[in-house]
Write a protein that binds this ligand. Sequence first.
Ligand code: FUB
Length: 309
Amino acid sequence: LKNLSILIGLTVASLGFSQNPLSFGSDILTADPSGHVWADGKMYLYTSHDEECQEDFWMKDWHVFSSSDLINWTDHGACLSVDDLSWADNYAWAPDAAYKNGKYYFCFPAGTGFKDRVNPKNSTKWMGIGMAVSDSPTGPFKDPIGKPLWTTPYANDPCLFLDDDGAGYIYFNGGGDYYVAKLNDDLLSVKGDLVAMDMGGYKPKREGPWVFKRNNIYYYTMPEDNRILTYYTASTPIGPWKYQGVIMKAEGESNNHHSIVEFNGKWILFYHRWLENDLDCEKIQRKVCAEFLHFNDDGTIKEVERTDA
Ligand code: FUB
């Protein structure tokens, strides 16, 4: 799939607001999109990769896509695989990325073991978060640390946020709470404690946080109960967070995972949907989608409807 340019504009009249501006078609099954616009002005999308008929989210690598117009996309192939890691061999789940001082950072959850759904006490599954580095936004990324950033708590679904003063933060799902930690200047280790955040007392089942800043408001967005996209705001990057409402309703029993990023003056919500597949399996198969997202004058977010067919 390397350098495969995917023409997906058939249902998109323009970069107007009427249609889903993005679909990867069926060449590769993608999930957990993390969108970033780097200095060249292109949109880069870092995704996890569902394998056909995969068992229980057993996923092996991550891909990078890029586009100048959100219509024509290039799949740059796998930017990292669990085969490249010394400390994990599975669970290549939702990644994120950052750019600092000429280097691109790829932050990823990965793990080992398996989950025994019948007898949970027999489960050996463990997940941690690693950081890999490249001179290129499309990788390949290399893990210079050779171990996860920490071993306790169990962690997945990292989000990186670099504030205007250059300070780096990592947010993640710590298995029962959302955590935040400051990163050291080289972004390769955490500075100080991992802090369970104050989310106004609410403790939904949590996945995939995504943090961004707009007009000096910090937005903490998440798939609550893995499904419904909601958001909180704060005046600092570490909260306390105040619940604001729903960004996108849940769709059946399917999980969702998202990112929100400004591109050429418009805000884009990337997310994923579950496919009705015609494969000879009933396993987890997803695809990345996107919608335009709009703010009210007071900074609140207008609820987004899915327009993807
Ligand atoms: O894709 C694997 C996992 O499913 C992600 O890490 C979660 O956010 C959910 O999308």
